[in-house]
Design a protein around this ligand. Structure first.
Ligand code: URA
Length: 478
């Protein structure tokens, strides 16, 4: 039986939803209705824009719960499911959720009953919405639009057709991910606009409102072609993950038939070093910051993470380079703020180096991880990923022009030198860099964190000695 079939002839409480995704409004109305003991078949939930005429003849005013009304039961599982399921485009969802809330009052354990058809229906709604959000995260493609208004500058616009009312719920994801870009996401259900500081909403859009193609698309196509591994081609799995309906909005999709057709005969060919060159080196730190957020030169940037820009004075004499942002840095958008950063701060202070006077950055700009349940576990970047990201560290060096660069750990050293070196062999003395500056290499503070006992003490001593040598050298160069 569908929720609507519960509605009988007679009088109804008609709830006009102001927004299709307004969970708080639904919750407030549903709570009052439960407290007034109104059964599901006495309520008509009307979508925004819906007339509700069908029920007008018998419409009753919303009841006011009595002062001594008892609490409404709604456990965490129900709330979590309902918050997401309400985004579904099924017009029955409000009624369906009420029906389940109603049943929960007499059966508090109903959410554990996997066979209950109303629990299953809400779970299904939730699943469909999650899938739609996942597709949106994966398949929104921004296209660069140059505004004629110089003040506005670059603007990235994406067109996406969600199945459900997921736009507002996913605004935070895109805001965090592309915080330094000015962007708009246009959909037939509404639009979002981010100007790097504030988010605003706009009316539904049409496909023709979004631009058709730009140089960013070529970059995507090249990247996609380079990571497309014919040896691993599974067309069924690919279609499941990337349903055809999204292809029309994805620049790389135009390559798929060609790549698939040629796959059998071709050798697997992965991203070649330097295959994707940017045309011009950015000449300000702001430009680098903006560009790294859009960077997909290697697959790390396509994970659910944010680029983390270096920080510190633009004319710093010392540049400190780590490996890549960790989980906390990814969330904070700043380098070395997590446990390794805290340990680094302690040792820098001990050595008499003022972190605020240094430019602190990473060899790789995005956090590489594997998801394990709720945790994101750090993964070392590969040599190719470090080499690809050298473009950015070199760009930062060209602007900051530090006299001395301190690379912490093997990845950082590779990011500066373009080759792998053994830390124990190169630490303690300077390596001249091509621009006349000096590279000093030491261990990464995370390495110290992984040790304990005498081994930790020994490594901490070596680390302190390296930092002290750097401070002395800086004084010489001042
Ligand atoms: N480790 C790094 O290498 N960099 C950071 O920013 C944080 C941890």
């Amino acid at each position: 039986m569908t929720a609507l079939q519960h509605v009988k002839l007679g009088t109804y409480y008609v709830v006009h939803m102001p927004e299709p995704d307004d969970f708080d409004f639904w919750r407030e109305r549903a709570r009052a209705l439960v407290q007034c003991d109104v059964p599901p078949d006495r309520i008509a939930w009307v979508e925004p824009g819906g007339s509700g005429d069908l029920f007008a003849h018998g419409e009753r005013r919303m009841p006011v719960p009595p002062a001594d009304a008892g609490p409404v039961r709604a456990n965490r599982r129900f709330i979590a499911l309902a918050k997401n399921a309400i985004l579904h485009s099924d017009p029955q969802r409000f009624a369906q959720l009420y029906l389940l809330l109603w049943k929960l009052q007499s059966n508090p354990r109903i959410m554990e009953d996997k066979a209950d058809p109303d629990v299953r229906r809400v779970e299904e709604l939730d699943k469909n919405v999650r899938r739609d959000s996942h597709k949106m995260h994966a398949f929104v493609r921004f296209r660069l639009v140059e505004s004629e208004d110089e003040e506005v500058g670059e603007h990235y616009v994406a067109w996406f057709e969600p199945d459900h009312h997921i736009l507002r719920a996913n605004a935070g994801f895109f805001m965090r991910r592309f915080s330094n870009m000015r962007w708009s996401i246009l959909t037939p259900r509404g639009s979002l606009h981010w100007d790097t500081e504030t988010m605003s909403e706009g009316p539904p859009a049409e496909r023709s409102d979004a631009p058709g193609g730009d140089p960013m698309e070529d970059l995507w196509r090249k990247y996609y072609a380079s990571i497309f591994n014919p040896a691993r081609l599974k067309i069924g799995a690919m279609l499941k993950e990337m349903p055809k309906k999204y292809w029309k909005n994805m620049p790389e999709a135009s390559l798929i038939p060609e790549l698939v057709a040629g796959a059998q005969g071709r050798e697997a060919k992965m991203v070649e070093k330097g295959a994707l060159e940017f045309e011009e080196r950015p000449d300000t730190l702001e430009a680098i910051d903006k560009a790294i957020h859009a960077c997909r030169k290697c697959p790390i940037g396509a994970l659910d993470n944010h680029a983390v820009m270096g920080e510190g004075p633009q004319d710093a004499s010392l540049m400190i380079v780590g490996e890549q942002p960790g989980d906390q840095e990814d969330q904070a958008g700043r380098p070395f703020v997590g446990p390794a950063g805290q340990l680094l701060d302690v040792h820098l202070e001990k050595a008499g180096i003022d972190r605020r006077a240094a430019y602190v950055t990473n060899a790789v700009k995005h956090f590489k991880y594997v998801q394990r349940g709720k945790r994101r576990l750090h993964q070392n970047p590969g040599a190719k990923e470090i080499d690809t990201c050298r473009w950015w560290i070199e760009s930062e060096r060209a602007i900051v022009k530090p006299k001395l660069v301190l690379a912490m750990g093997a990845s950082a050293a590779r990011g500066l030198l373009g080759k792998t070196v053994s830390i124990s062999k190169v630490r303690g003395s300077p390596i001249p860099l091509e621009d006349g500056s000096e590279l000093w290499v030491t261990a990464h503070p995370s390495y110290l964190l992984r040790l304990d006992g005498p081994a930790r003490e020994e490594q901490a001593r070596l680390f302190d000695a390296d930092l002290a040598a750097v401070r002395e050298r800086l004084e010489d160069l001042a």
